[in-house]
Design a protein around this ligand. Structure first.
Ligand SMILES: NC(=O)c1ccc[n+]([C@@H]2O[C@H](COP(=O)([O-])OP(=O)(O)OC[C@H]3O[C@@H](n4cnc5c(N)ncnc54)[C@H](O)[C@@H]3O)[C@@H](O)[C@H]2O)c1
Length: 362
């Protein structure tokens, strides 16, 4: 299978996204993104035994080292960013050094943030190895880490020099993680691309079976969508916020159920269904479309409801969302398959009503 290359158009900071099978071994494709002599690969203890050697094999001629971090969201911390700095210093890394982030979104966010800070910003290359990272977190330049006070509270916009999505790496991804990534693919169809949504419905079985050509097509469609949004609204002054469809409900659910109970993509799946139901209860979206959305997510083996939960507490958690401004609840509501909108001042009684019915037939 040949690789596909897309562009994120950001003027002098534009970069390619390469998508295809066995790209790790095709170092000619990605070595061009490395400008200086020093390269630090940042990865974790799960991904390193699987893929690190293949990346290292492509780095002959560079002064390179690897930092292998423990696995897990709880390690997306400033302390580990400090470890990256220490390793860069030990390597003698100068301003033209490159960090290669090899792993899922946790590694990409952390390594990207370290790259944004080292000597006020050096290059980094994303090699995402989860579906979520391939379709979402590796593209767009949002980097950062968690604090005890909350998720992703410290970060920077810092675009990578290149993204290399080797779809062969998905073969080792646990099924739950793979499905969680599909939730974000559904999101792109739901908020901006009715054709993609229908294509996902038609190809659901092939996607669940991880058929390489179909998976690559889903990644490409997602990246095309995200790249377009990022090119038009890099710093999220408007349209980029639509990518948070389902996320305000989802983050509240993640917090309410305790981090680790629901994967992010699972929480987003439930969140999108809740946002869709809220939108149809406010007569902004057709009820049949909300049903189609729930059916597609269910076909991917994703949850579409969560019971029991305390609706009042969820609303309180939603008020803490970063997207809110000046105390008013700002939500991404739905207009039906292929369209979404940002709405401020949504009536909390309508949200409560939907949450109270969470678990009823959908
Ligand atoms: N920057 C952004 O725009 C953005 C967008 C969405 C999410 N995120 C962030 O991404 C993170 C979630 O990313 P994620 O879902 O990739 O989680 P993750 O990075 O924790 O990876 C999930 C699990 O899969 C393992 N893994 C990774 N690749 C593997 C492979 N090929 N084979 C086997 N196991 C593999 C990881 O070690 C981990 O255990 C969160 O921290 C979230 O905040 C960032």
């Amino acid at each position: 299978m040949t690789a596909l290359t897309l562009d994120v158009a950001l003027g002098v900071r534009s970069y390619p996204i390469h998508i295809g099978l066995d790209l790790l071994g095709d170092s000619a494709r990605w070595r061009g993104a490395l400008r200086g002599r020093h390269v630090l690969i940042v990865t974790n203890e799960t991904v390193a035994p699987l893929y690190l050697a293949r990346v290292q094999a492509g780095l002959a001629g560079f002064d390179h080292a690897a930092l292998i971090l423990p696995d897990g969201e709880e390690h997306k911390t400033l302390a580990h960013v400090g470890d990256v700095f220490d390793r860069l210093a030990a390597l003698g890394a100068t301003r033209d050094a490159t960090i290669v982030a090899l792993g899922g979104g946790v590694i990409g966010d952390l390594a990207g943030f370290a790259a944004a800070c080292w000597m006020r910003g050096i290059d980094f290359v994303q090699i995402p190895t989860t579906l979520l990272a391939m379709v979402d977190s590796s593209v767009g330049g949002k980097t950062g880490v968690n604090l005890p006070a909350g998720k992703n509270l410290v970060g920077a916009f810092h675009q990578p020099r290149a993204v290399l999505a080797d779809t062969a790496t998905l073969s080792t991804l646990p099924v739950r993680e793979y499905r969680a990534g599909l939730a974000e693919v559904v999101k792109y169809g739901a908020i901006g691309d009715a054709t993609l949504f229908a294509w996902l419905e038609a190809n659901a079985d092939a996607l669940v079976a991880r058929e390489p050509a179909v998976v690559a097509e889903a990644i490409a469609a997602s990246c095309r969508h995200k790249a377009g949004v990022v090119a038009r609204d890099e710093h999220e002054h408007g349209e980029r916020a639509l990518l948070n469809f389902g996320h305000t409900f989802g983050h509240a659910l993640e917090t309410a159920t305790g981090y680790g109970t629901l994967l992010h993509g699972e929480a987003v799946a439930i969140g999108m269904v809740l946002a869709a139901r809220l939108s149809s209860s406010l007569r902004r979206a057709p009820t049949e479309d909300a049903q189609r959305l729930a059916n597609l997510l269910a076909a991917f083996g994703l949850p579409t409801m969560r019971q029991p939960s305390d609706p009042q507490r969820l609303v309180e958690l939603m008020r803490l969302d970063k997207k809110n401004l000046a105390g008013t609840l700002r939500l991404i509501l739905w207009r039906g398959i292929g369209a979404a909108e940002i709405v401020a001042g949504v009536d909390e009684r309508a949200i409560l009503a939907v949450l109270e019915n969470n678990g009823s037939a959908l």
